[in-house]
Structures are given as structure tokens and as C-alpha cells.
Design a protein around this ligand. Structure first.
Ligand code: NAD
Length: 442
């Protein structure tokens, strides 16, 4: 059992889930953020993000006294031996990962260090960042005239939003990048619950762990872009991409996951991590052709959806279009880089008026789409969206959109086009009520 306190810097999707789940494993956690509003909510047991199951685990661990929240990073650093960095690494204008938050936390850790510490980086960072963190801390300590020992570990996170608690507590593997045996043993203790459950642990050096994260995300994004590209060809040649993907996935060498055609991948990871990896390679004089094609195919896929809608409706000028789903996937409130942020503006630029609904994504989508607010009506539920629309577009496969009363849909709509961009309906069942089903690659 690990007996010392652990700090987690950053309480976003990754930091909060890490803190809450490590507390549930029996560790004692101090969760830190610079965002006072977030910390205020968390102190009261309220999660600032929508993540199924998280609030329950949070409540249980607050009650047990295993997790506390603060904006005081000095207190956190001084009172813990292990410090996880889980702050954001968003893309800058060039697509490079913006490391300012990670590096500023490193500096703060150096400033308040009062003995041996293990600094564990959970944020997704370019290869070489762990060494940079090491150098910054050493530099600050030198300036302070101190010579404390410390270790930097890369422990990338692979959780999926919407399934974050399950993924964190039942990971396919835990990657630990460090050359220090002492740090490795401490990490094993922290993850003791998983270690005992025979979760595979992969021990590597810093650089390899950092690379594993980028390579994994780039590969998954490539799988999605691959099937999306095949879906466009399927539409042209009369093949059914659903059956193609299913049969491909039955091949053990390929696997069926991430072979679902749709309106393009989004979210806070795949778009930014693929672009960042291309930039990292460029800095080393290497052109990553496959990953660049993945990014390009994803952009084309989003526009292909708009063109598909336009070609069926002939002219979008003045057309009312209902949109179901704004988040990049179901079971999250995250709208970062969601296909909706490209597809809705494109439809509006071509003259359409939008009625939209999402079970939890409307607040975030409203500010992200504020330049288009005059042309978007946010509705109170899925059926409200359908009132008098010329076409309906399913952008996110929330469960409640999977079981629509199709007769009611037909009644409420003015037009008949039902764009099922997640292929969640059978063509026959939709067309039985007099609607025209348009899927992706079918
Ligand atoms: P996020 O934006 O949801 O959260 C980041 C948090 O860090 C925010 O609450 C912010 O206020 C806080 N923060 C920023 N600077 C700080 C500072 N100096 N001190 C304390 N707190 C600070 O980000 P996220 O989605 O949790 O992602 C975090 C990292 O994890 C990123 O590198 C991301 O690529 C990676 N990651 C994300 C996911 C995911 O599904 N979201 C999955 C795996 C890995």
C-alpha cells in the first residue's frame, strides 16, 4: 500500500478521473486546479464535467476522507511525495502541443519542493517533454541552492470520455516510463489494485512512454479515417460499408473496433494529437505521410457530410435543418473539435437555419458556435428539433436518438430526409414511415 499523499495538478477530464479513481484504490489524494469555480464545486461533491458514474465515486471518496480539493499548489507540493501533472496541452495555431501549462507546473513544483518527489506526467506531451520537466525542476532547485533528489515518470492516460471511470479502473494496460527503480516501485504501489488484478504494466524509458500515447491515438484515428474513406467509395460503387466493416473486423488481425463510419472523428485528443505528432516528426526532418493523410481525410469527411445533405436537398438556402447531437460522442459534454463545429457552420454558410438539441452539450456548443447564434435555435428535446424541418441530421449517437418514435418524427417534420450520419437505423424501418434514409457508406 502506498502510504504518502499524492497530488494531482489539474482537475479536468483526466486529472479529476485520475484523482477520484486513485482515491478509490485507497490512496490519499490532494486534487489541485487554478480554476476556483471548479474547485468550489468539487468541494461540494459536484463534478464540473459530465462523466457517467464519476459523481458517485467522488462522493464516496470525499466521505471516506481520501480526496480533498484546493487551489493551493504550494500546499499540495509540500504535502505530497508524488505529484501527477494532468493539465491541458491544447494545440497552438501551428498544431503543436502548447506546453505552457505543463512547464509552468514544473517550475512551481521546483519552487516548492521540500524533499524527494516523483513527478508523474499524465498529460499527453511531445516526446522529450519529460526531460524538459526534469531540466526545469533541476534549474529551479539550483537557483534555490538545493539538491533534492527527484524522478520524472511518464504515465500516459488512455481513458475514453463517457467511459472514463470504467477505463481508468479496467485499463488494457498501464504504461510507466522511467529509468528509476524507486519511482517504478512507488507507481506500482499507487496502482496496486490494478497490479494485483493482473492488468498488464509496460515499463519503458520516458521517451518510449510518451511515444506510445501518440502512436496509439494516431493509429486509432487512422482506423476511423480509413473506414470513412472506404465508406465514400462504397457510396459510389453500391457497396454497403456496414457489412464491409463487419466482415473486416472479424479478421483477428484487424479487429472491429474503431471501424464505424461517421461524420469524422473529433474530441480533445485525436485531432490535436495527430497534428502534434506530425509537428514532432517535422522537427526531426520527417514527413509522416500516413498521419497527414488521416487528418486530411477527416477534414474531407466532415465536408462530405455537408455535401451529402446539400446534394439531397438540392439547395440549402432557407432550409430548416434539425440536428441531433452536438458533442463529439455520446455520454460526454465535451464539444472540443466535434464534427458539429464544422458541419453546422458550413450548413449555415450555405443558407440553412438550424434547430439543434443535445442532452448535455448545449451550454458548451452555444459559446463555441456563438458566431452563428442568429441561425441556430437550441431546442428542449429531440422532438422539439423536428418541428417543421426540411431534414433531420443525426450527428451524435446518444442512446435516446437510437429509439426515436419514427412515426412521430415523420409527423413533426416538413420534409422527409433523415440523415443518419452514425448509421444507427436500418434503412427499411425509417423508410417504412415515409422518410428517406441517408446513411454513411450505405
Ligand atoms: P482539461 O482542459 O479538461 O483539464 C485541464 C485542467 O487543468 C483544467 O481544469 C485547468 O483549469 C487545469 N490547469 C491548467 N493550468 C493549470 C495549472 N497551472 N495548475 C493547476 N491546474 C491547471 O484537459 P483534459 O481533457 O483533462 O486533458 C488533460 C491532458 O490529458 C491533456 O494533455 C490531454 O491530451 C490528455 N488526455 C486527455 C484525455 C481525454 O479524454 N480528455 C484522454 C487521455 C489523455
Amino acid at each position: 500500500m502506498y502510504n504518502n499523499r499524492i497530488s494531482i495538478i489539474g482537475t479536468g477530464y483526466v486529472g479529476l478521473v485520475t484523482g477520484v479513481c486513485l482515491a478509490d484504490f485507497g490512496n490519499s489524494i490532494i486534487s489541485v486546479d487554478i480554476d476556483e469555480a471548479k474547485i468550489g464545486k468539487l468541494k461540494n461533491g459536484i463534478t464540473p464535467i459530465y462523466e457517467p458514474g464519476l459523481e458517485e465515486v467522488l462522493e464516496r471518496n470525499i466521505k471516506a476522507g481520501r480526496i480533498s480539493f484546493t487551489t493551493d499548489i504550494k500546499f499540495a507540493v509540500e504535502n505530497s511525495e508524488v505529484i501527477f501533472i494532468a493539465v491541458g496541452t491544447p494545440p497552438d495555431e501551428d498544431g503543436k502541443a502548447d506546453l505552457s501549462a505543463v512547464l509552468s507546473v514544473a517550475e512551481t513544483i521546483g519552487t516548492y519542493m521540500n524533499g524527494y518527489k516523483v513527478i508523474v506526467n499524465k498529460s499527453t506531451v511531445p516526446i522529450g517533454t519529460g526531460r524538459k520537466v526534469e531540466a526545469i525542476i533541476r534549474d529551479v532547485l539550483n537557483k534555490r541552492g538545493l539538491d533534492y533528489d527527484f524522478d520524472v515518470v511518464s504515465n500516459p492516460e488512455f481513458l475514453r470520455e463517457g467511459k472514463a471511470v470504467q477505463d481508468f479502473t479496467h485499463p488494457d494496460r498501464v504504461v510507466v516510463g522511467t529509468e528509476s527503480e524507486k519511482a517504478r516501485d512507488i507507481i506500482k504501489e499507487i496502482y496496486r489494485t490494478l497490479y494485483l488484478n493482473e492488468t498488464p504494466f509496460v515499463f519503458t524509458n520516458l521517451e518510449t512512454a510518451e511515444m506510445i500515447k501518440y502512436a496509439s491515438n494516431a493509429f486509432l484515428a487512422t482506423k476511423i479515417s480509413f473506414i470513412n474513406e472506404i465508406s465514400i467509395l462504397c457510396e459510389k460503387v453500391g457497396a454497403d460499408v456496414q457489412k464491409v466493416a463487419k466482415a473486416m473486423g472479424m479478421d483477428g488481425r484487424i479487429g472491429g473496433k474503431f471501424l464505424h463510419p461517421g461524420p469524422g472523428y473529433g474530441g480533445s485528443c485525436f485531432p490535436k494529437d495527430t497534428k502534434a505528432l506530425v509537428k514532432i516528426a517535422e522537427e526531426h526532418g520527417l514527413d509522416l505521410k500516413i498521419i497527414k493523410a488521416t487528418i486530411e481525410a477527416n477534414e474531407r469527411q466532415k465536408l462530405h457530410m455537408v455535401e451529402k445533405i446539400e446534394s439531397h436537398l438540392r439547395n440549402l438556402n432557407g432550409k430548416k435543418i434539425g440536428v441531433l447531437g452536438l458533442t463529439f460522442k455520446p455520454e460526454t459534454d465535451d464539444v472540443r473539435e466535434a464534427p458539429s463545429l464544422t458541419i453546422i457552420p458550413e450548413l449555415i454558410k450555405r443558407g440553412a437555419i438550424i434547430r439543434a438539441f443535445d442532452p448535455v452539450g448545449i451550454p458548451e456548443a452555444t459559446w463555441r458556435l456563438k458566431d452563428y447564434e442568429k441561425c441556430i435555435v437550441y431546442c428542449t428535446n429531440e422532438y422539439d428539433v423536428m418541428e417543421g424541418v426540411d431534414a433531420l441530421v443525426i450527428l451524435t449517437e446518444w442512446n435516446q436518438f437510437r429509439r426515436l418514435d419514427l412515426g412521430k418524427v415523420k409527423q413533426l417534420m416538413k420534409g422527409t430526409y433523415f440523415f443518419d450520419l452514425r448509421n444507427i437505423y436500418e434503412k427499411e424501418e425509417v423508410e417504412r414511415v415515409g422518410l428517406v434514409h441517408v446513411g454513411v457508406g450505405v
